[in-house]
Design a protein around this ligand. Structure first.
Ligand code: PHB
Length: 403
C-alpha cells in the first residue's frame, strides 16, 4: 500500500468511527468522501521557532492560520489539525523531523521550511517517494525548482535567484562599478550572492571580494574592517532575521553606512527594519513584497494581521498567507479528498493566487511563483516601494524535470 493510500485509510477509519452512530441510526451510507470529510486534515509544519530565524517561522505560521481561520477554519469543510515542529535550523535533524511528520504523524500536507539546506534535505525524502504534497513557504534553494524539483513539491515564496538577480542591476544603475558581497555561507547566501553578481557584472560591474560568514554567526567586526580597507563602491548582502538586525547595525556603527551603500535581497531589512532603527534608513533592496503595496488585498491583510498578532506583517507572513490560499483552493477543488493527490497537484499547478498581498501571482511549470520583484527603500522604519525592478519574474528552473 502506498503512503498516500495508508493515509486515506487512516482517515477512513477515523472518519468511520466518528460517523458510525449516524450510519447505524439510519439508512444513510456515507461515501468514502463523506466519511473522510469527518476527519480533520493534518497539516505538518517544519519551521524555525527558535534562533535567528524564529521571527520568520512565527510570521509564516501566524498568517497561514489566519488565512484558514478567515475561511471558517476549515479546508473544504474539514477541520484542520496543525502539527508544528521546531526545525531549530538544523540540517542534520531535518530527515528525522520530516520522517516524524510523514510516518508517525501521517500528515496530509507538509509545510516548510525556512532554511535552504533543510529544504534540500526534505526534498530528497519527499520528492522521490509517494509522500504528502509539500509546500515550501520560504526556503529559496534553487534546487527546489532545479534538480530537486518534484511533482508533489510546490513553493509559495521565491527561489534564491529571484529577489537577488534584479539587485545586481540596481547597483549598476546607481553608478557603482565595484562591489563586495557578504552573506552567510550556506545555500541561500551562496545562491543569492551568485545571482546578484551575475547581473551586476552583466551590467559592467565587478565583484572584487566574496565574504562568506559561517551560519548563523554574527561576529562581523573583522569582515567590516576588511570591507573598509577594500573600499568598494557598494556592498551586496544576505542576512535575515536576528542576524540581519545585527549586521545592519554593526555596518552603521563601523561608519560604513554613508560611504559604502548597502544593497541586497530585501530579507536584509524585512520584518526587522524597526529593530534596526536609524541604521536601516535609506537601504535599497529588491523583494517580491513591500509594506505599502497599493492593493486592497495588502491593505486588508496588514490590518487583519496587526489586529490578530499585534505586530506588522512582512514578506514571511505573506508567504504563509498564500500557502493557506493554495491549500484552500486545492482542497475545495477536490471536495476535501486528501487522497486525490493527482487532482490536488493539477489544481496547484494551475493555481493563480489572485488575492495575494504581494499582488496576484501564478504558479510556474517548476511549481514556483511567477512574480514581480519590487525595488524598495527603508523610510521611517518601513520598506516602501520605489518601483518594479523585474516584472513577472520566473525562475529559470535550470535542471528541473518533473518526470
Ligand atoms: C533560505 O535559507 O532559503 C532563506 C532563509 C531566510 C531568508 C531567505 C531565504 O530570509
Amino acid at each position: 500500500m502506498t503512503k498516500k493510500s495508508e493515509n486515506s485509510r487512516r482517515h477512513f477509519i477515523a472518519g468511520a468511527a466518528a460517523t458510525a452512530g449516524l450510519a447505524a441510526a439510519g439508512s444513510f451510507v456515507p461515501t468514502r468522501f463523506a466519511i473522510g470529510a469527518a476527519a480533520p486534515v493534518k497539516v505538518g509544519i517544519l519551521l524555525p521557532y527558535s534562533g535567528t530565524y524564529a521571527m520568520l517561522g512565527n510570521s509564516i505560521t501566524n498568517a497561514l492560520k489566519m488565512r484558514i481561520d478567515q475561511a471558517g477554519g476549515k479546508l473544504a469543510g474539514r477541520a484542520v489539525e496543525y502539527v508544528a515542529l521546531d526545525s531549530e535550523m538544523s540540517v542534520p535533524k531535518a530527515p528525522t523531523n520530516t520522517n516524524k511528520l510523514i510516518k508517525k504523524e501521517r500528515v496530509d500536507f507538509l509545510v516548510g521550511p525556512v532554511h535552504s539546506g533543510i529544504a534540500a534535505a526534505m526534498a530528497k525524502i519527499v520528492g522521490p517517494r509517494n509522500a504528502p504534497i509539500m509546500i515550501v513557504p520560504n526556503a529559496g534553494h534553487n534546487g527546489i525548482t532545479g534538480s530537486l524539483c518534484a511533482s508533489n513539491i510546490f513553493r509559495t515564496s521565491f527561489s534564491n535567484w529571484q529577489p537577488a538577480f534584479p539587485g545586481g542591476k540596481v547597483m549598476a544603475d546607481d553608478g557603482h562599478k565595484t562591489c563586495v558581497t557578504i552573506a552567510w555561507k550556506y545555500g541561500a547566501g551562496i545562491q543569492m550572492m551568485a545571482a546578484g553578481k551575475e547581473n551586476f557584472e552583466k551590467h559592467g560591474g565587478k565583484v572584487v571580494k566574496d565574504i562568506q560568514v559561517p551560519f548563523p554567526k554574527v561576529e562581523f567586526q573583522a569582515f567590516l574592517s576588511e570591507i573598509a580597507s577594500i573600499k568598494p563602491d557598494a556592498v551586496f548582502s544576505f542576512f535575515s532575521g536576528g542576524g540581519a538586525v545585527k549586521f545592519v547595525k554593526d555596518y552603521a556603527a563601523a561608519g560604513l553606512k554613508d560611504s559604502i551603500p548597502l544593497y541586497g535581497p530585501g530579507f536584509l531589512t524585512e520584518g526587522v527594519s524597526k529593530a534596526q532603527g536609524a541604521a536601516a534608513e535609506g537601504i535599497k533592496t529588491t523583494l517580491h513584497y513591500a509594506a505599502n503595496l497599493d492593493n486592497d488585498a495588502n491593505r486588508k491583510f496588514r490590518a487583519d494581521y496587526e489586529k490578530a498578532y499585534g505586530t506588522s506583517a512582512n514578506v514571511f507572513s505573506v508567504q504563509g498567507f498564500d500557502t493557506g490560499s493554495l491549500l484552500l483552493q486545492a482542497m475545495a477543488a477536490v471536495g476535501g479528498d486528501t487522497g486525490a493527490t493527482k487532482d490536488l497537484i493539477s489544481v496547484m499547478e494551475g493555481a493563480t493566487i489572485a488575492d495575494s498581498p504581494r499582488g496576484a501571482w501564478k504558479m510556474s511549470k517548476a511549481h514556483n511563483p511567477i512574480q514581480d520583484i519590487y525595488l524598495r527603500r527603508v523610510k521611517s522604519g518601513e520598506n516602501l516601494v520605489l518601483g518594479v525592478a523585474a516584472k513577472d519574474l520566473e525562475d529559470p528552473a535550470t535542471g528541473c524535470s518533473m518526470g
